[in-house]
Design a protein around this ligand. Structure first.
Ligand SMILES: [Ca+2]
Ligand SMILES: [Ca+2]
Ligand SMILES: [Ca+2]
Length: 816
């Protein structure tokens, strides 16, 4: 008996030990269903707190916790200071990761040591010197929880029960600005309305132990601390993109191990992630290749076969095809198999069944791709027209923004990666009104500035669309005179011409008024840069008059003392001027016969900018002879150097050149086809997958466009299979989930949330294209569809979305 009991005990301890957290070869703590990452991703200076860094937990496949670090605020915002990682030591023997953190602004160093202890990790904060006096009571160890995965779930703090609120409604206090830790570069995220006080959230709960999501085993985490108080905050009180924050303030005057937490994420026994069956939500044309890519947990055993089910007109289903599963192999953390059902060609409604997973339905039909660009051209683009009132049916998307115009930016740094140098390079004095700039142009992305180079790309993209496809579609009423746009109201003019005109109006005004291209027309204060709401309410529409008191309005009602006017950043950039000159020339070509006066103005500026930039380049060349040789390099040399990056330019010249040119290009297209095939070995999806801090949507779109145009000219070299890969990827055949990345496009399951300017409503602007899969080191791809606020995965840009219109148009044409 005794012996038996002993063996039984031994068995349970070994099997429970087998489920302990282990530090793996990729340098994170792992057990089935739980990954604890310790600064695999560090905070980066570009946009400060991107909610992507520090200690992170990937819990049953979803990154629900991040931001674990010493922070200076109860609920840090994007522009609050982040620590620089000064060291990261991984000790596999001891099972620890130790990270050094530093705040240069305060000469403040700390260390965090994370150690696996059974099913938990111990997180300990160490100080070699006490917290600086300025930060006493402010510096603390924070850990952040994704609101959309925790709201409405229960928590227990010591013995008290609570529920994570769906919306931010907890208590706050105000404190003197002098007590607020400095924000990034001294900017302020808030307008204190003259009170000189900032808002500080108060905790929802305080105690020594907390269990979060006690009602959901997949999200349950237990955290205890004997030496520190745990406080739970709601970061959404200050910023809609805030997370729930658990925090322990570091004690003043102490050194050594100052805060210790035990963190135990629950793991569902033998958890295996449900297969992610990637396929095109838009559907498939009968004669095109149809390949689903199925993403499997590494502990999942691949099936032998999968089925395509046909949904009949009476609502019942039948097996239309059963086929073998082909193994592709591992790619980062998952294993991939493919299911090819190309031989099913009969039009109908279908779904895929693999193991116990059945997808939503999709169409096989000749016309599935017909409408893929309509939401982007008819809805997304017109909504992003700046300096216009934009309406749709009963709804106003925004009023006319920035009526007071733009001021000359003084020498300054900027929060959106711009700078204004010491010289304005213009005839205007700092903060003087530059007349005539509040016309035309497009909002950049999820924000409302006019990024000049993006706007140049927009015009170039529309000119390309016009010249390649001549779309006559007219679903938008545009009156520049009335500054009025109405969606779904034809006005007799092809929309693309009006889109070109609208872009050129702003860019030509820049060239005429400033003398050259501005780098950006953007917000002057951070507290209106993060604006979420009607673009017309970002500024007060009144000219800024510094002789008035802040918030005071002049007797004539035309100016105010509120320094909210937008600025024009005017440091001259010769290469931007040259880029604009090229754009003006091609825009004039497209506008000729529609708006001759604007075409003439554009041409005039093109010639002037080119001449002036030539003079500058000659001056530069004298200083540095090598500098501009690149621009003269022939297309053949460029193709020899890198066939994939130069192919698009080479193809674009075909209509302008003779047959010999096309024949000389042929072997390069063959090499390009080999590059396309190599991609299918590099990853299971066969498209170029980006690993940067902004997911690689633009690279995929540009790849897809090049492939389509290459097939247009060389159908014997570029295969149909290569052509459909980008569309499949965009519309649902990709890692993480199988939703279409294009808002409202993808019959049954487009993504639901995007980082558009309506993101605070957890919504989308139809036709937006998400950048897609954000890579988190060392092995995780992610695209949240319940949390819109990470721009790297969910923002659409004006340049990217117009690029999508090119891709979609080229794709529709080539598959016909
Ligand atoms: Ca911007
Ligand atoms: Ca129109
Ligand atoms: Ca104003």
């Amino acid at each position: 008996m005794k012996r038996l009991l002993f063996y039984a005990l031994l068995l349970t301890t070994t099997s429970s030990r087998a489920q302990d957290l282990k530090l793996n070869d990729l340098e994170y703590f792992e057990r089935q269903g739980v990954n604890v990452l310790v600064f695999s991703n560090s905070f980066n200076g570009g946009f400060n707190d991107e909610k992507n860094s520090g200690i992170e937990i990937i819990h049953h496949g979803v990154r629900t916790v991040q931001g674990g670090a010493v922070r200076l605020n109860n609920t840090p915002e994007q522009w609050d200071l982040v620590p620089t990682m000064t060291s990261r030591k991984v000790d596999k023997e001891k099972g620890t990761i130790e990270v050094g953190m530093r705040y240069n602004d305060y000469d403040f160093d700390s260390r965090v040591v994370v150690t696996a202890k059974g099913k938990a990790v111990e997180i300990a904060v160490w100080l070699d010197k006490p917290v600086p006096e300025k930060l006493a009571g402010e510096a603390g160890f924070n850990l952040e929880f994704l609101p959309s995965q925790y709201w409405l779930k229960t928590y227990k703090v010591d013995d008290r029960l609570g529920r994570f609120p769906r919306y931010a409604t907890s208590l706050t206090t105000t404190r003197p600005n002098s007590e607020k830790p400095r924000q990034f570069k001294g900017f302020k995220t808030y307008d204190d309305r003259g009170t000189d006080r900032f808002v500080d959230p108060l905790p929802l709960e305080t105690g020594h132990s907390i269990a979060v999501a006690t009602d959901d085993p997949s999200r349950l985490i237990r955290i205890t601390s004997d030496d520190a108080e745990l406080k739970l905050f709601d970061g959404r009180m200050l910023a809609q993109n805030g997370w729930f924050v658990l925090r322990s303030v570091l004690p003043a005057g102490k050194t050594g191990k100052v805060v210790t937490w035990m963190v135990e994420p629950n793991a569902i026994p033998n958890w295996i992630r449900e297969p992610n069956i990637g396929f095109s939500q838009v559907g498939y044309m009968p004669d095109m290749p149809k390949v689903a890519v199925i993403e499997l947990d590494k502990n999942d055993k691949p099936q032998q076969s999968a089925s395509l089910l046909r949904i009949k007109d009476d609502g019942t289903t039948e097996v239309a095809y059963k086929g073998a599963i082909q193994s592709w192999g591992p790619y980062y953390k998952y294993n991939y198999v493919k299911f090819d059902f190309s031989q099913v060609k009969e039009p109908g409604v279908y779904c895929i069944e693999y193991s116990k997973t059945r997808t939503n339905d999709f169409l096989i039909d000749e016309h599935v791709y017909d409408k893929i660009t309509d939401a982007t051209t008819d809805v997304w683009v017109p909504i992003h027209m700046n300096h216009m009132y934009v309406t749709e049916g009963y709804r106003t998307w925004h009023g006319e923004p920035f009526r007071e115009g733009y001021l000359q930016a003084p020498e300054s740094d900027h929060f959106d990666l711009h700078r204004q140098g010491a010289s304005t390079d213009t005839k205007y004095k700092p903060l003087e009104l530059i007349p005539g700039l509040n016309v035309g142009g497009y909002f950049d992305a999820g924000d409302f500035d006019i990024e000049t180079s993006s706007n140049v790309s927009v015009v170039q993209n529309f000119v390309r669309i016009w010249e390649l496809f001549k779309p006559q579609r007219d679903e938008t009423f545009v009156s520049e005179e009335q500054r009025y746009v109405e969606l779904h109201r034809p006005d007799g003019v092809p929309d693309v011409l009006q889109f070109i005109e609208h872009g050129v109006l702003n860019l030509v005004a820049q060239a005429e008024q400033i003398g050259h291209m501005a780098s950006t027309l953007s917000n002057s204060v951070l507290d209106n840069y993060h604006h979420l709401g009607d673009a017309a309410s970002i500024t007060d529409g009144l000219h800024y008059d510094p002789s008035l008191k802040p918030y005071e309005v002049s007797a004539d009602g035309k100016s105010s003392g509120t320094p909210d006017d937008m600025w024009a950043f005017t440091t001259r950039n010769p290469s931007l001027d040259l880029q604009a000159a090229g754009m003006f020339t091609s825009a004039a070509r497209a506008l000729r016969g529609y708006n001759d006066e604007l075409a003439d103005r554009a041409l005039k500026q093109a010639e002037r900018l080119r001449a002036e930039s030539g003079q500058r380049q000659n001056m530069n060349n004298n200083r540095n002879n090598n500098r501009n040789n690149n621009t003269n390099r022939s297309i053949w040399e460029a193709l020899d150097r890198n066939v994939s990056s130069s192919m698009q330019t080479a193809l674009d010249s075909i209509p302008l050149k003779d047959a010999a040119y096309k024949e000389r290009l042929r072997p390069y297209v063959q090499r390009y086809a080999e590059y396309i095939e190599r991609l299918t070995i590099q990853n299971p999806y066969g498209v170029p997958i980006g690993l940067g801090n902004w997911a690689g949507g633009n690279a995929v779109l540009s790849f897809g466009t090049t492939v389509c145009i290459a097939r247009r000219y060389f159908p014997d070299i570029i295969s149909k299979a290569a052509v459909v890969r980008t569309a499949d990827w965009l519309f649902g055949c990709h890692p993480y989930h199988n939703y279409s990345f294009v808002a409202v496009v993808g019959a049954a399951r487009p993504k639901q949330v995007f980082y558009g300017n309506n993101r605070a409503d957890f919504s989308f602007i139809p036709g937006n294209v998400a950048p897609g899969l954000l890579f988190r080191r060392p092995d995780h791809f992610e695209n949240y569809d319940d949390w819109p606020f990470l721009w790297g995965q969910n923002e659409g840009t004006i340049a990217g979305n117009t690029q999508y219109i090119i891709f979609g148009s080229a794709f529709k044409e080539v598959v016909k």
